[in-house]
Design a binder for this molecule. Sequence first.
Ligand SMILES: *Cc1c(COP(=O)(O)O)cnc(C)c1O
Length: 336
Amino acid sequence: MIDLRSDTVTRPSPAMREAMLAAALGDDVWGDDPTVNAFQQDLAERAGKEAALLFPSGTQSNLVGLMAHCERGDEYIVGQSAHTYRYEGGGAAVLGSIQPQPIENASDGTLPLEKIDAAVKADDPHFARTRLLALENTIAGKVLPADYLQEATALARQHGLATHLDGARLFNAMVATDSSLEAMCRPFDSVSLCFSKGLGAPIGSALVGSHAFIKKARRWRKVVGGGMRQSGLIAAACQYALDHHVEGLKDDHRRAARLGEGLAAMPGLTVTSQATNMVFTQVEKGHIASLAAWLKEHDILLDLVYATRFVVHRDINDSDIERVIEVIKAYFDRQA
Ligand SMILES: *Cc1c(COP(=O)(O)O)cnc(C)c1O
Protein backbone atom coordinates (compact mmCIF):
# COMPACT_ATOMS: atom_id res chain seq x y z
CA MET A 1 0.00 0.00 0.00
CA ILE A 2 1.12 3.51 -0.83
CA ASP A 3 -0.64 5.48 1.87
CA LEU A 4 -0.81 9.22 1.16
CA ARG A 5 -3.71 10.01 3.50
CA SER A 6 -1.50 11.59 6.14
CA ASP A 7 2.03 11.67 7.54
CA THR A 8 0.56 10.12 10.71
CA VAL A 9 0.55 6.68 9.03
CA THR A 10 4.33 6.18 9.35
CA ARG A 11 5.38 3.03 11.23
CA PRO A 12 8.25 3.04 13.72
CA SER A 13 11.44 1.75 12.09
CA PRO A 14 13.28 -1.27 13.54
CA ALA A 15 15.93 1.06 15.01
CA MET A 16 13.26 3.21 16.65
CA ARG A 17 11.61 0.10 18.12
CA GLU A 18 14.99 -0.97 19.51
CA ALA A 19 15.47 2.44 21.11
CA MET A 20 12.02 2.09 22.70
CA LEU A 21 12.80 -1.40 24.03
CA ALA A 22 16.12 -0.27 25.45
CA ALA A 23 14.73 2.81 27.25
CA ALA A 24 15.25 3.12 31.01
CA LEU A 25 11.79 3.59 32.55
CA GLY A 26 10.12 4.99 35.65
CA ASP A 27 6.76 6.44 36.65
CA ASP A 28 6.49 9.85 34.99
CA VAL A 29 3.51 11.01 37.08
CA TRP A 30 6.01 10.86 39.96
CA GLY A 31 8.60 12.54 37.72
CA ASP A 32 10.70 9.37 37.83
CA ASP A 33 11.10 8.38 34.19
CA PRO A 34 14.71 9.12 33.19
CA THR A 35 14.02 8.81 29.44
CA VAL A 36 11.11 11.27 29.63
CA ASN A 37 13.15 13.68 31.74
CA ALA A 38 16.14 13.57 29.39
CA PHE A 39 13.94 14.00 26.31
CA GLN A 40 12.07 16.96 27.81
CA GLN A 41 15.33 18.64 28.80
CA ASP A 42 16.94 18.06 25.39
CA LEU A 43 13.87 19.33 23.55
CA ALA A 44 13.56 22.43 25.74
CA GLU A 45 17.22 23.27 25.05
CA ARG A 46 16.85 22.80 21.31
CA ALA A 47 13.71 24.95 21.32
CA GLY A 48 15.37 27.67 23.41
CA LYS A 49 12.71 27.40 26.11
CA GLU A 50 12.99 26.70 29.83
CA ALA A 51 10.97 23.49 29.91
CA ALA A 52 9.10 20.86 27.90
CA LEU A 53 6.31 18.38 28.63
CA LEU A 54 5.49 15.14 26.80
CA PHE A 55 1.91 14.41 25.67
CA PRO A 56 0.17 11.43 24.08
CA SER A 57 -1.24 13.59 21.25
CA GLY A 58 -0.95 17.00 19.66
CA THR A 59 -4.61 17.65 20.34
CA GLN A 60 -4.00 17.25 24.05
CA SER A 61 -0.80 19.28 23.91
CA ASN A 62 -2.64 22.16 22.22
CA LEU A 63 -5.64 21.90 24.54
CA VAL A 64 -3.45 21.99 27.63
CA GLY A 65 -1.45 24.86 26.12
CA LEU A 66 -4.65 26.86 25.67
CA MET A 67 -5.82 25.96 29.19
CA ALA A 68 -2.49 27.00 30.69
CA HIS A 69 -2.70 30.42 28.98
CA CYS A 70 -6.43 31.11 29.36
CA GLU A 71 -8.95 30.83 32.17
CA ARG A 72 -12.70 30.44 32.17
CA GLY A 73 -14.23 33.35 30.25
CA ASP A 74 -11.04 34.16 28.35
CA GLU A 75 -10.74 33.88 24.59
CA TYR A 76 -8.06 33.08 22.03
CA ILE A 77 -7.74 34.54 18.55
CA VAL A 78 -7.28 31.74 16.02
CA GLY A 79 -7.64 30.97 12.30
CA GLN A 80 -10.89 29.54 10.89
CA SER A 81 -8.89 26.71 9.37
CA ALA A 82 -6.54 26.20 12.34
CA HIS A 83 -6.35 22.76 13.90
CA THR A 84 -6.83 24.25 17.40
CA TYR A 85 -10.16 25.70 16.27
CA ARG A 86 -11.53 23.38 13.63
CA TYR A 87 -10.15 19.91 14.19
CA GLU A 88 -9.99 19.42 17.95
CA GLY A 89 -13.64 18.84 18.74
CA GLY A 90 -14.06 22.31 20.22
CA GLY A 91 -11.97 21.11 23.18
CA ALA A 92 -10.93 24.58 24.35
CA ALA A 93 -14.59 25.55 24.74
CA VAL A 94 -15.83 22.14 25.88
CA LEU A 95 -13.14 21.41 28.45
CA GLY A 96 -11.45 24.75 29.06
CA SER A 97 -14.41 27.19 29.08
CA ILE A 98 -12.31 29.22 26.64
CA GLN A 99 -14.07 31.02 23.82
CA PRO A 100 -12.44 30.89 20.40
CA GLN A 101 -12.43 34.08 18.32
CA PRO A 102 -11.83 32.67 14.84
CA ILE A 103 -10.78 34.91 11.97
CA GLU A 104 -10.44 33.97 8.31
CA ASN A 105 -6.99 32.77 7.26
CA ALA A 106 -5.48 34.50 4.23
CA SER A 107 -4.55 32.14 1.37
CA ASP A 108 -0.94 32.00 2.63
CA GLY A 109 -2.19 30.74 6.00
CA THR A 110 -1.52 33.98 7.91
CA LEU A 111 -4.07 35.88 9.99
CA PRO A 112 -4.08 39.45 8.62
CA LEU A 113 -2.67 41.85 11.23
CA GLU A 114 -5.56 44.32 10.91
CA LYS A 115 -8.01 41.49 11.58
CA ILE A 116 -6.09 40.41 14.67
CA ASP A 117 -6.03 44.02 15.83
CA ALA A 118 -9.78 44.41 15.28
CA ALA A 119 -10.57 41.14 17.10
CA VAL A 120 -8.91 42.16 20.39
CA LYS A 121 -11.69 43.20 22.76
CA ALA A 122 -11.77 46.10 25.18
CA ASP A 123 -11.75 45.38 28.91
CA ASP A 124 -15.50 45.46 29.36
CA PRO A 125 -17.81 42.99 31.12
CA HIS A 126 -19.77 42.53 27.87
CA PHE A 127 -16.79 40.80 26.30
CA ALA A 128 -14.73 37.73 26.90
CA ARG A 129 -11.17 38.64 27.94
CA THR A 130 -8.89 38.37 24.92
CA ARG A 131 -5.84 36.54 26.23
CA LEU A 132 -4.01 34.68 23.51
CA LEU A 133 -3.07 34.61 19.84
CA ALA A 134 -2.73 31.06 18.47
CA LEU A 135 -1.03 30.46 15.09
CA GLU A 136 -0.11 27.29 13.18
CA ASN A 137 3.11 26.54 11.24
CA THR A 138 3.12 24.84 8.81
CA ILE A 139 -0.55 25.30 7.94
CA ALA A 140 -1.89 23.16 5.08
CA GLY A 141 1.80 22.53 4.35
CA LYS A 142 2.58 26.24 4.01
CA VAL A 143 5.39 27.87 5.97
CA LEU A 144 4.40 31.17 7.61
CA PRO A 145 6.89 33.93 6.68
CA ALA A 146 9.37 34.78 9.47
CA ASP A 147 8.66 38.53 9.13
CA TYR A 148 4.96 37.90 9.55
CA LEU A 149 5.56 35.84 12.71
CA GLN A 150 7.62 38.69 14.19
CA GLU A 151 4.93 41.25 13.39
CA ALA A 152 1.96 39.17 14.53
CA THR A 153 3.54 38.22 17.86
CA ALA A 154 4.72 41.83 18.43
CA LEU A 155 1.15 43.00 17.83
CA ALA A 156 -0.12 40.39 20.31
CA ARG A 157 2.36 41.58 22.93
CA GLN A 158 1.32 45.21 22.38
CA HIS A 159 -2.18 44.14 23.37
CA GLY A 160 -0.89 42.15 26.35
CA LEU A 161 -1.74 38.81 24.73
CA ALA A 162 0.25 35.62 25.14
CA THR A 163 1.22 33.67 22.00
CA HIS A 164 0.93 29.96 21.23
CA LEU A 165 2.11 28.13 18.13
CA ASP A 166 0.62 24.85 16.97
CA GLY A 167 3.86 23.50 15.54
CA ALA A 168 2.58 19.99 14.74
CA ARG A 169 4.70 20.27 11.57
CA LEU A 170 7.17 22.93 12.72
CA PHE A 171 10.10 20.66 11.84
CA ASN A 172 8.88 20.72 8.24
CA ALA A 173 8.91 24.52 8.32
CA MET A 174 12.34 24.45 9.95
CA VAL A 175 14.06 22.30 7.32
CA ALA A 176 12.23 24.11 4.51
CA THR A 177 13.77 27.41 5.63
CA ASP A 178 17.14 26.03 6.83
CA SER A 179 16.36 27.46 10.23
CA SER A 180 16.87 26.21 13.80
CA LEU A 181 14.20 25.01 16.20
CA GLU A 182 15.21 27.82 18.54
CA ALA A 183 14.58 30.45 15.84
CA MET A 184 11.26 28.87 14.86
CA CYS A 185 10.04 28.90 18.50
CA ARG A 186 11.55 32.26 19.54
CA PRO A 187 8.55 34.53 18.76
CA PHE A 188 6.17 32.39 20.85
CA ASP A 189 5.54 31.91 24.56
CA SER A 190 4.58 28.28 23.95
CA VAL A 191 4.85 25.80 21.10
CA SER A 192 3.27 22.38 20.58
CA LEU A 193 5.38 19.92 18.54
CA CYS A 194 4.35 16.54 17.10
CA PHE A 195 6.64 13.55 16.73
CA SER A 196 3.98 11.19 15.37
CA LYS A 197 3.68 12.89 11.97
CA GLY A 198 6.57 13.24 9.53
CA LEU A 199 9.10 12.44 12.24
CA GLY A 200 7.79 8.88 12.39
CA ALA A 201 7.21 8.18 16.10
CA PRO A 202 4.14 6.02 16.83
CA ILE A 203 2.88 8.36 19.58
CA GLY A 204 4.03 11.61 21.12
CA SER A 205 3.80 15.37 21.12
CA ALA A 206 5.35 17.94 23.40
CA LEU A 207 4.71 21.43 24.68
CA VAL A 208 7.59 23.85 25.29
CA GLY A 209 7.54 27.12 27.26
CA SER A 210 8.63 28.76 30.51
CA HIS A 211 8.98 26.88 33.80
CA ALA A 212 5.85 28.58 35.17
CA PHE A 213 3.84 27.74 32.04
CA ILE A 214 4.93 24.09 31.98
CA LYS A 215 4.12 23.77 35.68
CA LYS A 216 0.53 24.84 34.93
CA ALA A 217 0.46 22.58 31.89
CA ARG A 218 1.54 19.58 33.97
CA ARG A 219 -1.46 20.14 36.25
CA TRP A 220 -3.91 20.46 33.33
CA ARG A 221 -2.40 17.45 31.57
CA LYS A 222 -3.20 15.36 34.65
CA VAL A 223 -6.73 16.80 34.80
CA VAL A 224 -7.48 15.86 31.17
CA GLY A 225 -6.12 12.36 31.69
CA GLY A 226 -2.73 12.77 30.05
CA GLY A 227 -0.53 11.87 33.02
CA MET A 228 1.29 8.76 31.79
CA ARG A 229 3.37 6.23 33.72
CA GLN A 230 6.30 4.44 31.99
CA SER A 231 6.10 6.90 29.12
CA GLY A 232 9.83 6.64 28.51
CA LEU A 233 8.76 4.09 25.87
CA ILE A 234 7.18 7.01 24.00
CA ALA A 235 9.89 9.54 24.84
CA ALA A 236 12.52 7.13 23.47
CA ALA A 237 10.72 7.07 20.11
CA CYS A 238 10.43 10.87 20.10
CA GLN A 239 14.09 11.25 21.03
CA TYR A 240 15.06 8.85 18.25
CA ALA A 241 12.97 10.86 15.79
CA LEU A 242 14.57 14.11 16.95
CA ASP A 243 18.07 12.67 16.59
CA HIS A 244 17.62 10.77 13.31
CA HIS A 245 14.55 11.79 11.33
CA VAL A 246 14.58 15.58 11.03
CA GLU A 247 16.86 15.87 7.99
CA GLY A 248 14.79 13.23 6.16
CA LEU A 249 11.89 15.70 5.98
CA LYS A 250 13.83 17.37 3.16
CA ASP A 251 13.41 14.19 1.11
CA ASP A 252 9.66 14.28 1.78
CA HIS A 253 9.55 17.87 0.51
CA ARG A 254 11.54 17.02 -2.61
CA ARG A 255 9.20 14.08 -3.32
CA ALA A 256 6.08 16.18 -2.72
CA ALA A 257 7.40 18.76 -5.19
CA ARG A 258 7.96 16.00 -7.76
CA LEU A 259 4.46 14.66 -7.11
CA GLY A 260 2.98 18.15 -7.51
CA GLU A 261 4.82 18.55 -10.81
CA GLY A 262 3.62 15.17 -12.07
CA LEU A 263 0.03 15.84 -11.06
CA ALA A 264 0.01 19.36 -12.54
CA ALA A 265 0.35 17.79 -16.00
CA MET A 266 -2.91 15.79 -15.67
CA PRO A 267 -6.21 16.73 -17.21
CA GLY A 268 -9.22 16.57 -14.87
CA LEU A 269 -7.12 17.45 -11.87
CA THR A 270 -5.80 20.83 -10.72
CA VAL A 271 -2.96 21.30 -8.25
CA THR A 272 -4.18 24.09 -5.97
CA SER A 273 -1.08 24.22 -3.77
CA GLN A 274 2.15 22.39 -3.13
CA ALA A 275 4.29 23.22 -0.11
CA THR A 276 6.62 21.21 2.14
CA ASN A 277 5.28 17.62 2.28
CA MET A 278 1.78 18.27 0.92
CA VAL A 279 0.03 18.56 -2.40
CA PHE A 280 -3.55 19.82 -2.54
CA THR A 281 -5.57 19.20 -5.67
CA GLN A 282 -9.05 19.66 -6.99
CA VAL A 283 -10.56 16.79 -8.92
CA GLU A 284 -13.55 17.32 -11.18
CA LYS A 285 -16.65 16.21 -9.27
CA GLY A 286 -17.59 13.44 -11.67
CA HIS A 287 -14.19 11.79 -11.16
CA ILE A 288 -13.88 11.74 -7.39
CA ALA A 289 -15.52 8.39 -6.61
CA SER A 290 -14.16 6.51 -9.64
CA LEU A 291 -10.63 7.85 -9.17
CA ALA A 292 -10.71 6.86 -5.51
CA ALA A 293 -11.80 3.33 -6.48
CA TRP A 294 -9.13 3.12 -9.21
CA LEU A 295 -6.42 4.18 -6.76
CA LYS A 296 -7.56 1.66 -4.18
CA GLU A 297 -7.49 -1.09 -6.81
CA HIS A 298 -3.87 -0.10 -7.40
CA ASP A 299 -3.00 -0.14 -3.69
CA ILE A 300 -2.89 3.61 -3.28
CA LEU A 301 -4.72 5.21 -0.37
CA LEU A 302 -5.88 8.78 -0.58
CA ASP A 303 -8.60 10.66 1.24
CA LEU A 304 -10.16 11.77 -2.02
CA VAL A 305 -13.73 12.14 -0.93
CA TYR A 306 -13.03 14.40 1.99
CA ALA A 307 -10.11 16.46 0.67
CA THR A 308 -7.91 15.72 -2.31
CA ARG A 309 -4.77 16.04 -0.24
CA PHE A 310 -1.60 14.03 -0.91
CA VAL A 311 0.74 13.83 2.08
CA VAL A 312 4.30 12.57 1.60
CA HIS A 313 6.17 11.00 4.52
CA ARG A 314 9.13 8.80 5.39
CA ASP A 315 7.40 5.55 4.37
CA ILE A 316 7.03 6.85 0.79
CA ASN A 317 10.05 6.55 -1.53
CA ASP A 318 10.91 7.92 -4.98
CA SER A 319 9.48 4.95 -6.86
CA ASP A 320 6.20 5.20 -4.90
CA ILE A 321 5.87 8.78 -6.15
CA GLU A 322 6.46 7.72 -9.76
CA ARG A 323 3.96 4.90 -9.33
CA VAL A 324 1.26 7.28 -8.03
CA ILE A 325 1.81 9.61 -10.99
CA GLU A 326 1.64 6.66 -13.44
CA VAL A 327 -1.53 5.23 -11.92
CA ILE A 328 -3.34 8.57 -11.96
CA LYS A 329 -2.16 9.24 -15.49
CA ALA A 330 -3.46 5.82 -16.54
CA TYR A 331 -6.83 6.69 -15.00
CA PHE A 332 -7.19 9.90 -17.00
CA ASP A 333 -5.77 8.29 -20.20
CA ARG A 334 -8.48 5.65 -19.91
CA GLN A 335 -11.15 8.36 -19.67
CA ALA A 336 -9.88 10.14 -22.78
C1 LIG B 1 -2.04 16.42 13.63
C2 LIG B 1 -2.12 17.81 14.09
C3 LIG B 1 -2.31 18.11 15.45
C4 LIG B 1 -2.43 17.08 16.53
O1 LIG B 1 -2.97 15.91 16.17
P1 LIG B 1 -3.00 14.58 17.04
O2 LIG B 1 -3.52 13.60 16.06
O3 LIG B 1 -3.90 14.84 18.18
O4 LIG B 1 -1.61 14.27 17.50
C5 LIG B 1 -2.36 19.44 15.79
N1 LIG B 1 -2.24 20.39 14.89
C6 LIG B 1 -2.04 20.15 13.59
C7 LIG B 1 -1.87 21.27 12.63
C8 LIG B 1 -1.99 18.84 13.14
O5 LIG B 1 -1.81 18.59 11.85
